[in-house]
Design a protein. Structure first.
Lengths: 374, 196
């Protein structure tokens, strides 16, 4: 074989690799077909719809209150935030006043949900990056405590259905408050623990630094929101830009990244959980006594018109575009799903990257397939 | 009217748009501005580049079926100036609705336009990859259209009926006769006595 170099090399033709719909790195029933050239991705096509339930069509036959449980099933890792988005939109459409105590309770639960969702996002990202289940289970420890708080308040852990148009469904039970304070006291230590464990971890840094870089211009132009946008250094947070509930009374920072890589998005999420803890503490101190909801008619009939209500969910702007024709059900119900729209740049990001980097990039965008498909 | 706290008045946008691109605005009010459908990409391009409006991000794109026409609704966001612009395009052709794609201006339109195409059946000319996104190829029809799987004869599916009503509307209290729906919903051959 001396001198016959050609026969020693393997000819590499592009080949198609299918990932999913059931695959641990896709975080749900999400399928990707990639055209591979050796280890590099030439092209990527995402195939979604396995969880499509046509929520927007179903919503047109149900009253505004009956639609709140649907929003739980859209983003099932951040049900509280989606609940809140729909309620705020419907309240603005129907001109319903919300008692102050309810607004504080909403802030507490939305921020708890953000911590729980970010714990899940960061845990699965680290697990995608190769640190098998240990960090994920560490982060689940805090998430579990938050879900216990949800359960004691509204009986459900994931599909909470807690917010109502005009307030919240229930007053938290007496044992809720000491448990919440205990959690808020220990959270900063836990977050420091993760920072020590992961941010200096050589393998994790090598797998995430300078991987999946999104420039600020691309992030804005590609309609990215939430930590995916802030990781690229754009200080945009609806809690600051368009304060709802009582966020204008809270003091907190909006963490941003610098390079827009996977590591920055991870760090943004980690820093946001710290800020959320600060917000919850302020809300516990400031919460007034009073009713937790206003009574609204069973069949709320908002005047004809339209509204676009939005909140900053864990994955970014959750928008509800509601059109009313004066009837008890919305004429059109559109959910602007951050998980779907954050994937607009996925194809561009994947081209030229290695498969393992693409998996980490997808993990750092943090998708929830229930919300993509709706 | 329920306008968002940072939403710009449609008239203000309409005035500037009309000055820059004469004849493009068809309707405007204090909530939104409606432009000629064939020129919607021009309007978006101008708003994107304009310093006064700085519509840097296409925050949401969706369509509404109004039976005789579709309204495609663009929610544009300026991150620097912190305001929102609502732009609409009215597509009158209910059989073969089509609009110019906004993808050349906003990359964020890639999946949103596919979603509108899939569920509402509006074609976006110039979109690089216009395929169904949630439903499979060959799915009959577009489910978000109002006439999709409609029940004929003026009947509604029943879920929209709300016989229990409330304190606010005392004349619409629970009424046993109402449980099967309003009088006018029942086709004439169903009511009355059986033919002899």
């Amino acid at each position: 074989m001396v001198g016959d170099g050609a026969s020693m090399t393997t000819s590499a033709e592009p080949y198609v690799l299918n990932i999913g719909p059931q695959h641990p790195s896709t975080h749900g029933v999400f399928r990707i077909r990639v055209v591979m050239d050796g280890e590099r991705i030439q092209d990527l096509d995402m195939i979604v719809g396995y969880l499509h339930r046509s929520m927007e069509k179903l919503a047109e036959e149900r009253t505004y209150t009956q639609n709140i449980p649907f929003t739980d099933r859209a983003d099932y890792l951040a049900a509280m935030s989606s609940n809140l988005g729909l309620c705020l939109a419907a309240e603005r459409l129907a001109d319903v006043e919300v008692p102050e105590r309810a607004s504080y309770l909403r802030v507490i639960f939305a921020e708890l949900q953000r911590i729980a969702s970010h714990a899940m996002a960061n845990g699965t990202l680290v697990s995608d990056a190769g640190a098998w289940q240990t960090p994920l289970l560490y982060m689940f420890r805090e998430r579990e405590k938050i879900l216990d708080l949800f359960e004691m308040t509204c009986g459900a852990r994931l599909t909470t259905n807690y917010m109502r148009i005009g307030g919240v469904a229930f007053e938290p039970p007496p044992e809720f408050w000491p448990a919440l304070e205990e959690l808020v006291d220990e959270l900063p230590d836990r977050i420091s623990e993760y920072e020590e464990l992961l941010t200096q971890n050589e393998i994790f840094v090598a797998r995430t630094r300078n991987v999946g870089i999104i420039s600020a211009e691309d992030a804005i132009n590609g309609s990215l929101v939430g930590p995916a946008l802030r990781g690229s250094g754009v200080p945009w947070d609806l809690r600051k830009a368009e304060p709802y509930c009582v966020y204008d009374r809270m003091e907190f920072d909006v963490p941003i990244g610098r390079t827009g890589d996977v590591y920055d998005r991870f760090m943004c999420r980690l820093a946001e959980t710290r800020e959320s803890t600060k917000i919850i503490r302020q809300a516990i101190e400031g919460i007034p006594d009073g009713p937790h909801k206003t009574d609204i008619p069973l069949a709320l009939r908002p005047p004809p018109g339209e509204v676009y209500g939005r909140v900053e969910g864990p994955r970014g702007e959750v928008g509800f575009y509601l059109v009313s024709d004066g009837g008890p059900a919305p004429y059109r119900f559109h959910l602007r799903a951050p998980s779907l729209i954050n994937l607009s740049l996925l194809r561009e990001l994947a081209r030229g990257a290695s498969l393992s980097d693409a998996v980490v990039t997808l993990g750092s965008i943090d998708i929830v397939v229930g919300e993509i498909d709706r | 009217m329920p306008a968002g706290p940072t939403q710009l008045a449609g008239q203000r946008v309409a005035e500037a748009l009309d000055r820059a691109l004469p004849g493009i605005v068809t309707v405007s009010n204090d909530e939104w501005v409606e432009v000629a459908p064939a020129r919607v990409d021009e309007a978006l391009h101008w708003l994107h580049d304009s310093e006064e409006f700085d519509a840097a991000q296409l925050s949401s794109l969706c369509a509404v079926d109004y039976h005789d026409h579709f309204a495609v609704v663009y929610h544009l966001q300026s991150l620097d100036l912190n305001h929102q612009i609502v732009l609409k395009a009215r597509v009158s052709d209910h059989e073969e609705p089509a609009l110019p794609s906004s993808y050349p201006i906003y990359k964020g339109a890639l999946l949103q336009e596919r979603e509108v195409y899939d569920l509402m059946g509006i074609r976006f000319e110039g979109h690089p990859d216009l395929r169904r996104i949630f439903l499979w190829d060959g799915f009959p029809g577009h489910p978000l259209r109002k006439d999709f799987m409609g029940i004929g004869q003026g009947l509604t599916s029943g879920l929209r009926r709300f016989p229990f009503e409330d304190k606010a509307n005392p004349d619409r209290q629970l009424n046993r006769d109402n449980l099967i729906g309003d009088e006018q919903d029942v086709p004439s051959e169903w009511s009355g006595t059986a033919p002899a």
